[in-house]
Design a protein around this ligand. Structure first.
Ligand SMILES: [Zn+2]
Length: 321
């Protein structure tokens, strides 16, 4: 259990000045200029060119330094390939890099994005991600095969080209079908062929959230429910805590302040940890700014303590038999 008294000061509620870009010390909404300029902030969800971000890892770290963040987590979708460059840049610039990943899992028939934070065994995570990717390629192959037998000479090569370096899926098959002129548009590809119950529909083996949590734990990390919105009811959080969920992303650009407050209370009651991040993808447009969520460093400290405890428990386990 997390000590419940640990959240007395920092971040019991999302700071009222969160719309104000961090670093602009002349304008804090709560007027506590001194407190603000002394406070240390982190950002525990960012993306780089290793997945769908616009900036390469070293440039994201530079931006973090510019925003005066003491730590950021790099959490690319389904890959840990950006971490080496980010870590190196972080050491050079004095920004701590929390090694992370964002996984797409399933829970209660919905997609659930799961962050793995504080990963220590990157090799195990990399292997597991490669296996998941193989499953997707295998599914795309079965779809292409079915289309071929239906008189549409779509090639796997063209599908993989559409996917570029990303995880291959039905949208890439659809684009290859459009490019080949076998369907008029994306919509027709799904309506006639790829959608549920259509001729070339193949069910995807769902990646259960419990499996995702186990995978994160195997890699030494903490499993955090990313941007849950209003799905993170106390009942659901309790069920996920039973299968090992460590925390919930409380602060996120998609969460209005009242929701962040509610999530924070749910998380504390469940004995889990709050997390938060900007989900920054490297663009300057839109409302998302690196560090814009003003996630207090104290939250990261609590995560560190939990990682430490888990590590001690794991080391003790074999001796206990
Ligand atoms: Zn996400």
């Amino acid at each position: 259990m997390e000590p419940h008294g640990a959240h007395g000061t920092a971040g019991a509620s999302p700071p009222s000045g969160s719309a104000v870009a961090h670093g602009v010390t002349s304008a804090t909404a709560d007027g506590s200029l001194a407190a603000h300029s002394n406070a240390e902030f982190v950002d525990l969800q960012t993306h780089t060119t290793a997945s769908d971000g616009a900036l390469r890892p070293s440039l994201v770290v530079e931006a973090a330094r510019g925003a005066e963040l003491v730590a950021i987590a790099i959490t690319d979708h389904d890959t840990v390939d950006g971490l080496a460059e980010a870590t190196e840049a972080g050491e050079a610039l004095g920004v701590r890099i929390v090694p992370g990943v964002e996984l797409s899992t399933h829970f209660d028939g919905d997609e659930l994005h799961l962050l793995g934070l504080h990963l220590s065994d990157l090799a195990s995570m990399r292997d597991a991600l490669a296996e998941l990717r193989e499953g997707r390629v295998e599914r795309a192959l079965r779809i292409v095969d079915t289309l071929n037998r239906s008189g549409m000479p779509v090639t796997m090569e063209s599908v993989l080209r559409e996917a570029a370096d990303g995880a291959v899926g039905r949208p890439h098959v659809a684009r290859a079908m459009v490019a080949g002129g076998w369907v008029r548009d994306f919509r027709e590809a799904f309506d006639k062929w790829l959608g549920w119950g259509r001729a070339a529909y193949m069910p995807k083996a769902p990646f259960d959230v419990a499996d995702g949590i186990a995978l994160v734990h195997r890699a030494g990390g903490l499993a955090v429910w990313a941007h849950p919105g209003d799905l993170a009811t106390p009942a659901r959080v309790a069920r996920l805590a039973e299968v090992g969920l460590d925390g919930v992303e409380v602060l996120h650009p998609s969460h209005p302040p009242y929701l962040s407050q509610k999530l924070f209370e749910t998380v504390e009651k469940a004995g889990l940890l709050p997390s938060g991040g900007s989900d920054w993808h490297g663009t300057l447009e839109g409302a998302r700014r690196l560090g814009g969520q003003l996630v207090p460093r104290a939250w990261l400290d609590r995560q560190d303590a939990r990682v430490q405890r888990a590590r001690v428990a794991r080391q003790a386990a074999p001796a206990e038999g």
